[in-house]
Ligand binder design. Structure first.
Ligand code: HEC
Ligand code: HEC
Ligand code: HEC
Length: 283
């Protein structure tokens, strides 16, 4: 008897959690005149696509579209075909870099955002949900490795995992100059000085692509730390790669001190628009 009961309980919990993806935007004061739209109406889409639309398109393409913009706020509307036989999602990909009439008109998408949307279109516009995607950042605080750095400021490549390496090194003449430095963790809210992923056994790499397209692939050491002393033209992009899995940052950044934003709780150091979701984690 216990099994069916706990399954029911679990189902109840899942239903309760459903739609958690946009819980933050739901709390915002609603502005029906601006065609504002809630997360439920965007369901059916993979989380990254649905988030992108909510942030960059729904102010005009919501349930009450603005200035003749078609409503695109659902899986069905986005994958519907127009007269030419193309889906609106396909048309969107043609409009992102359209010089005469770009979409969005005033706030162009970044290359990473376009790549994300294009990937979804190229893979046949599959349905998806936000469940399980955001859950990786909705986890308890813990030190998974159970190993703490205790040797204070004694220089070592394993030192102070999770801390702001560059910020501290800049204050110490004897510390090496890094252009990029940070720590990779198994879960999203690990404390400072807690060892991260053993990057050597996990085979994890951090890939930095600078403004000029120059790529650096950094190894992740036994404490989860990674760093570079080679020059990086700003802003840069970053992703974590393990085999053919990757986790990529959408935004470009001007600070190479990854842990300055990717703190235990996540921060928007440098006054960035967005708050980092927590630690840099495995894909
Ligand atoms: C500031 C308002 C605004 C924003 C933001 C915006 N759009 Fe638009 N969009 C419009 C308007 C107005 C039109 C209709 C006129 C036109 O086609 O240029 C339009 C047209 C389109 C069309 C063409 C529809 C057709 O019938 O051919 C697509 C596709 C589209 N937008 C996708 C997007 C996507 C995807 C985003 C977000 C990444 C976005 N738009 C952001 C205002 C906006
Ligand atoms: C609170 C200050 C502080 C923080 C945070 C810090 N370091 Fe250091 N680090 C130092 C100082 C001081 C030295 C130089 C003194 C020494 O080598 O004993 C140093 C030296 C080093 C060295 C050179 C070691 C050697 O053998 O020459 C490496 C590599 C290093 N740090 C990596 C990192 C990484 C990676 C991070 C972030 C995950 C980091 N540090 C965070 C203070 C810090
Ligand atoms: C100025 C703040 C800032 C700095 C510095 C920064 N990040 Fe981020 N990072 C963010 C924000 C905000 C997000 C969430 C939005 C996004 O994906 O761009 C993010 C997201 C990410 C993600 C994707 C997380 C997900 O959603 O799965 C990865 C991976 C990442 N960052 C890696 C890095 C690495 C590696 C560095 C250092 C080389 C770095 N970040 C430096 C702010 C920062």
């Amino acid at each position: 008897m216990t099994k069916p009961y706990s399954t029911l309980l679990l189902l109840g919990l899942l239903v309760g959690l459903h739609g958690g993806c946009f819980s933050a935007s739901k709390d915002k004061p609603s502005n029906p005149g601006a065609g504002a739209q809630t997360s439920e109406e965007l369901s059916g889409l993979p989380c990254d696509v649905s988030k992108l639309l909510a942030e960059k398109c729904m102010e005009c393409h919501g349930a009450r579209p603005q200035q003749g913009a078609p409503s695109l706020g659902s899986y069905g509307l986005l994958t519907a075909k127009d007269k030419s036989g193309k889906t609106y999602a396909e048309i969107a990909t043609e409009r992102f870099r359209d010089e005469k009439a770009p979409m969005p008109p005033d706030d162009p998408l970044s290359d990473a955002e376009i790549a994300k949307f294009q990937k979804w279109v190229d893979s046949g516009e599959p349905t998806g949900t936000c469940d399980g995607v955001d859950d990786v950042f909705n986890v308890p605080e813990q030190c998974s490795s159970n190993v703490q750095w205790t040797r204070k400021d004694r220089g070592s490549q394993l030192m102070h995992p999770g801390d702001e390496c560059i910020d501290c090194h800049n204050k110490h003449d004897d510390a090496p100059f890094f252009t990029i430095a940070g720590t990779l963790y198994p879960t999203a809210h690990e404390p400072d000085d807690c060892n991260g992923v053993n990057g050597t056994s996990a085979g994890a790499k951090v890939v930095i692509t600078d403004k000029n397209g120059k790529v650096q692939t950094l190894s992740v050491n036994a404490a989860g730390n990674f760093y570079s002393t080679r020059s990086v033209a700003l802003p840069y992009r970053a992703k974590v790669v393990v085999g053919d899995q990757e986790r990529e940052m959408d935004d470009e950044q001007k600070s190479g001190d990854c842990n300055g934003c990717h703190t235990q709780q996540g921060d928007n150091n440098q006054g960035g628009d967005n708050k980092a979701p927590g630690r840099i984690i495995l894909p």
